[in-house]
Design a protein around this ligand. Sequence first.
Ligand SMILES: Nc1nc2c(c(CN[C@H]3C=C[C@H](O)[C@@H]3O)cn2[C@@H]2O[C@H](COP(=O)(O)O)[C@@H](O)[C@H]2O)c(=O)[nH]1
Length: 391
Amino acid sequence: MTVPNHAEPVTRSTAVTPCDHVRESAEFIAAHSRDITIPEAGIQLAARKLYTRFQRTPYARAVWKSHELNPQTNDARTVDWIFLIDTLNFSFWSDTHRPGQSGGEDETYAVRYRGRDYTGYWALCAAVNRALDEGLPCTTATFMATADDATWANIFRSATAETIPLFETRLRVVREAGRVLLANYDGSFTNFLCPPASNGSLAPATAQPNDAPTTVARVLDAFPSYRDVASFHGRTVWFCKRAQILVADLWACFDNTGYGAFTRIDDLTMFADYRVPQALVHIGALQYSERLRCLLSGGTATTGFQPTFEVLAPGSREEIEIRGNAILAVERLCQAIRTLVAQDNANSGGGKGPVVMVNPILLDFYLWDLAKEQTDQLAYIPIHRTRTHFY
Ligand SMILES: Nc1nc2c(c(CN[C@H]3C=C[C@H](O)[C@@H]3O)cn2[C@@H]2O[C@H](COP(=O)(O)O)[C@@H](O)[C@H]2O)c(=O)[nH]1
């Protein structure tokens, strides 16, 4: 079993990266939270359960490609696909459907693709793949920057009465990103990752791996819609969810090679969305106050949590507490699992059982996939509903 070896002299640059800011922000938010706690006993119990599961079935980068909608080739087209998806990777929850409530047709936005209806994040992936199948080059910078409203409306067309949330915001965000690629990166995110050599040749396979936290910082500089920060108790707090998941998706898809090769990938944090907090509450790594649960789902402990699904304003105290504590809970889970790995190593002299490698990215992916697989079982835990282009 390998534990990331921090004994080596870390050649960490002294510069504070966005990932450092995100971690510091999470600590600050947790220290000033009123409606959320991270129960240490819950962390330890969840860490042991996850460790046992990972010993049986390691959760590796390769899982990323196992979903039928994710690209299967490691090439420039896949880089542009991931960049488009993560530029639009936000706010899929339904304005009408209330999970857990009986009766009423589920009209959640859905995209029909190859005979199957996809909702949530996967609806976005299905819409993009359907457009590509229909001959629309929607992952190219020129298309992103110039396609008109009707073309995008057709790309995102729904199989239900509900249309894609934040349609106008998505157009603004995708056009901004397309214009930046055309103006500064010769029309492709591959040039952002691996600037062509002076002779114009591009050989990502031989290029030096990018540094993950530095790449996150460069994404924030280049693409304004990725600047996911807020104000909390008079301080700027950082989340950078889409900038970090963009790097993580490249790393996972390319299996840490070529365009997806990164140093210091373990520095990335969990991606503060509305789905992983639900999974963290379910495994006991996060605890919501009675007040927060009532706010999110309505009703009271005695009348039961009748989902009314209050909307949380972007930047509200409750939204920031949920996002910040979710990040810190995954950090703590990660540390607890690494401690278990180290203890096992010390006791068994290594070489026992499958390699358990864990970092915040893999924990995040695992918990997100868990929440999606167990949507019904987790319906008793309300997600928070905030309309935002950050997550
Ligand atoms: N923290 C975190 N948030 C994630 C993802 C993903 C997609 N990741 C897949 C790709 C590779 C991995 O292996 C995963 O299979 C989407 N989201 C966020 O969730 C929300 C959508 O939820 P729902 O409406 O229920 O589909 C929305 O905020 C979206 O931005 C993740 O991995 N982690």
